[in-house]
Design a protein around this ligand. Structure first.
Ligand code: HEM
Length: 511
């Protein structure tokens, strides 16, 4: 008798989530989508490269779809018109963030910018970004770092491709782009170069790298229960490991902050780096130490991989299209010539280079689903309900390949932007590599400058070809799964110098 009572109670409890989800679906007119299974939703149907899978589902079900990650509703939009509805018309109601348990731990429950919900804290920190960190004046002040790092990259490619016996040796392009992105963003955020001129990383750099990889490991350790709220109690977080990780990250950042405070006291002048800026703005904006540390690490998370990935895809497209490479060379030889290296003030005269960057970000946005937003109210998108608490994704990858708004959308043809100048910083909803609206990427201009500079230097200094025996059309253009989209097969190429040898030296900037 007692056993059957227990069984009844257990089955009632087990059916509660199912009942809840049935009622939920009856109460709201949700967007169509693949049929979800009880408990797991569509988790087992989603293919690893998510944005491609969602684009296939959009072809089948329409431009707004429901995808269930366990018990969490995710609404994915894949058209220009609906991207505008999400990022412009309902911008404010859809500007919260979904924080997984690890994101919540890393960000101390949204004390930073990336993981903060939309509200007074977010508005304040965003203001710090717009009015203080990413101003044209500060970005100009940090230009010597960017020029230092791209010339260091050129020097290292030159060294590797001119090694005796290595004329035909192919190089892994990502290795060089990753190093520029790493040095640029760590110098911008922390105000120091962790790697010396011989390429040796110091103790803080090694600690920094260890923290980043530990963070990735912890983030990846979360189980399926992350998506099924009522199962989470069975899979508790490794509280100790997260606390240790946070403490380690704080220790390193605090040590760097102290070095800057000491240096400022001694010299009396404030540097342009974000760490100095944030420390001197602490009182003015009432920033807690958690927020300063969170913001510095946000720049690393958001700025490092995105720029390296964007540049690698662009290089792959250029190597795949010798015609484009030739046009780039012609433009650079005309504008810059053979007697000096490229500088950022050349950008405005390098129209074709700018179009190549844009065309590459159109076909290969490094965050194809942006970062997920979360609704803070019940909203209607295209006549469907998006209940409060749902996650909303814009498939900017699919939008930028939509044949309804792009001619020959799959073709890599930079000239399309010579014919029509399309904004890519959030004003034209056909092209959204940086998102749009309240949460648009605050580092967009910096990102564009970095990618343009890396490509410009690599192209001006070298002629690039696929490795011996590989035809351009054989380059693998498929993607790795993940929130950011690396190439599945890192692009390999041979580099042949094309300028006088004295132009391959690093122009170091001590700052
Ligand atoms: C090509 C390079 C880059 C691309 C394509 C890119 C793209 C994006 C996208 C799509 C978002 C999400 C927008 C949304 O949630 O609606 C974002 C957010 C963000 N990006 Fe970038 N980004 C790039 C470079 C950078 C750089 C260099 C930095 C800073 C050093 C940066 C800092 C940020 C931050 C802090 C956020 C969070 C904004 C928020 O939540 O309000 N990004 N970025």
């Amino acid at each position: 008798m007692a056993l059957s009572l227990i069984l009844i109670v257990v089955s009632l409890l087990a059916s509660l989530p199912l009942l809840y989800s049935l009622l939920y679906r009856l109460r709201f007119k949700l967007p169509p989508g693949p049929r979800p299974l009880p408990v797991v939703g569509n988790l087992y149907d989603i293919k690893p490269v998510r944005f491609r899978c969602f684009a296939e589902w959009a072809d089948r079900y329409g431009p707004v779809i429901s995808v269930w990650f366990g018990s969490t509703l995710n609404v994915v939009v894949s058209s220009t018109a609906l991207a505008k509805e999400v990022l412009k018309e309902h911008d404010q109601q859809l500007a919260d963030r979904h924080r997984s348990r690890s994101a919540a731990k890393f960000s101390r429950d949204g004390q930073d910018l990336i993981w903060a919900d939309y509200g007074p804290h977010y508005v304040k920190v965003r203001k710090v970004c717009t009015l203080e960190l990413f101003t044209p004046k500060r970005l100009e002040g940090l230009r010597p770092i960017r020029e230092d790092e791209v010339t260091a990259m050129v020097e290292s490619v030159y060294r590797d491709c001119s090694d005796s016996g290595s004329a035909e040796k192919s190089l892994q392009v990502k290795k060089y782009l990753g190093a520029v992105a790493f040095n640029n963003i760590t110098r911008l955020a922390f105000g120091k170069r962790f790697v010396d001129s011989e390429g040796v990383m110091d103790a803080q750099g090694l600690e920094f790298k260890a923290i980043v990889s530990n963070g990735l490991k912890l983030g990846a350790s979360l189980s399926m229960a992350e998506h099924i709220e009522w199962l989470r109690w069975m899979f508790p977080l490794e509280e100790g490991a997260f606390a240790q990780h946070g403490a380690r990250r704080d220790r390193l950042t605090q040590a760097i902050m102290e070095e800057h405070t000491e240096a400022r006291k001694k010299s009396g002048d404030t540097k342009q780096h974000f760490v100095d800026a944030l420390l001197t703005l602490k009182e003015k904006y009432d920033l807690s130490e958690d927020t300063i540390i969170g913001l510095l690490w946000d720049m690393i998370t958001a700025g490092m991989d995105t720029t390296a990935i964007s540049s690698e895809w662009a290089m792959a497209e250029i190597i795949k299209h010798p015609r484009v490479q030739q046009k780039l060379h012609e433009e650079m030889d005309r504008v810059i010539g053979f007697e000096r290296v490229m500088i950022e003030s050349d950008f405005s005269s390098l129209h074709y280079l700018q179009c190549v960057v844009k065309e590459s970000l159109r076909l290969h946005p490094p965050t194809p689903l942006m970062l997920p937003h979360r609704s803070n109210a019940n909203v209607k998108i295209s006549g469907y309900d998006v209940p409060k608490g749902s996650n909303v994704h814009v498939n900017v990858w699919a939008v930028a390949r939509d044949p309804a708004v792009w001619k020959d959308p799959l073709e890599f043809r930079p000239e399309r932007f010579m014919e029509e100048d399309v904004d890519m910083k959030g004003h034209d909803f056909r092209l959204l590599p940086f998102g749009a609206g309240r949460r648009v990427c605050p580092g967009a201009q910096l990102g564009i400058n970095l990618v343009t500079s890396m490509l410009g230097h690599l192209l001006h200094h070298f002629q690039w070809s696929p490795p011996e025996g590989v035809k351009p059309e054989e380059i693998d253009m498929s993607e790795n799964p993940g929130l950011v989209t690396y190439m599945r097969t890192p692009v390999m190429a041979t580099a042949t110098p094309r300028l006088p040898s004295h132009l391959y030296k690093r122009v170091a900037a001590e700052m």
